[in-house]
Design a binder for this molecule. Structure first.
Ligand code: C5P
Length: 303
């Protein structure tokens, strides 16, 4: 008689046979997968980054696509070039700091706070309306990875909560999901920076605490969030991320089960040090993968 765990060696064989997938410690990955399969959907939660994890990094011609913050850069540039230039200048100044290999995380944090803080002030000072921001999203260059819609819907169908943990802008993700899926699925929850609107639906503030790349951990997770009871007891975590800042997104969830860390590597193949670092911190590294296929296969064996 076939057991559910028989699917694990098959998945492992498939993973190990793919050129663009690196699994540095197959024994550990197989052990985590077996525990997750035994626990089943009822013990599983997916914690995922959004920008360049659920969304695509580049289009078919290799051009970089937009992040949630990038929605403002592009649209404001078109409508109000002077203000748009301010967003672009901020990115040109701080993006290299975010990824600078010579600076420590502690050294980067004050710069990240300045970057996020300044760009959020520009958004609030301009009092963008909810309607305008929804329009910006409609015209944006945010694109789902192939299979992302089906992945989110299949999690919902199997009652597996999806926590989207993003240092981007949560409202932009919400509007994007509403536009692509028709509505936000019941299983989907957000830990992110939210634009707060006044009674005229104009941006008036951002939620606290500020979430930037290097504080995606228990320090910004509000345990009183209404969805927390839903993930209580979900001891097995599938974590999807694309940066070093994503690897601790699971630390707010108290439990003793495994976290299977799947990392999308969007960097250069020549940067062997960076790639090596991903191989050390992520269980499975997906190199330049524009799809959600691997995450879907993992969920399929658990269900
Ligand atoms: O970690 P996550 O992928 O959610 O982070 C969002 C990304 O948004 C950061 O990596 C940063 O490069 C980018 N960002 C931006 N404009 C800002 C602030 C952040 O493009 N004003």
């Amino acid at each position: 008689q076939l057991k559910k765990t028989d699917a694990v060696p098959l998945l492992m064989n498939w993973l190990l046979g793919q050129e663009s997938i690196v699994c540095s410690d197959p024994t550990t990955v197989a052990a985590k997968l077996r525990k997750m399969v035994v626990g089943g959907a009822g013990k599983t939660v997916v914690i995922s980054d959004f920008d360049y994890t659920l969304s695509r990094f580049a289009n078919g011609s290799g051009e970089r696509l937009s992040t949630t913050h990038g929605v403002f850069d592009d649209n404001v540039m078109r409508l109000k070039p002077e203000l748009g230039q301010k967003f672009v200048d901020l990115k040109n100044k701080y993006y290299p700091i975010e990824f600078c290999p010579k600076l420590t995380m502690e050294e980067k944090i004050p710069h990240m706070e300045k970057w996020w803080g300044t760009s959020h002030s520009l958004i609030v000072n301009e009092k963008f309306s909810k309607h305008t921001i929804q329009d910006f999203v409609r015209q944006s260059r945010i694109v789902f990875k192939d299979g992302a819609e089906d992945f989110i819907q299949s999690l919902d169908a199997h009652n597996i909560p999806l926590v989207i943990f993003s240092a981007g802008i949560g409202n932009i993700i919400e509007y994007f999901l509403e536009q692509k899926l028709g509505a936000i699925p019941r299983n989907t929850h957000f830990i992110s920076n939210m634009i707060l609107f006044d009674e005229d639906e104009k941006a008036c503030a951002f939620s606290e605490p500020l979430i930037h790349t290097f504080c995606k951990n228990s320090s910004v997770i509000q345990k009183e969030a209404p969805f927390f009871h839903e993930i209580n007891g979900r001891v097995n975590v599938i974590l999807l991320g694309d940066s070093m800042g994503d690897i601790h997104m699971d630390v707010g969830v108290e439990r003793d089960g495994p976290t299977l860390k799947v990392g999308y590597y969007n960097g250069s193949l020549d940067d062997t040090a960076a790639l090596q670092h991903y191989k050390e911190v992520y269980d499975i590294v997906l190199i330049h993968d524009p799809t959600l296929n691997v995450a879907q296969k993992i969920v399929d064996v658990i269900n």
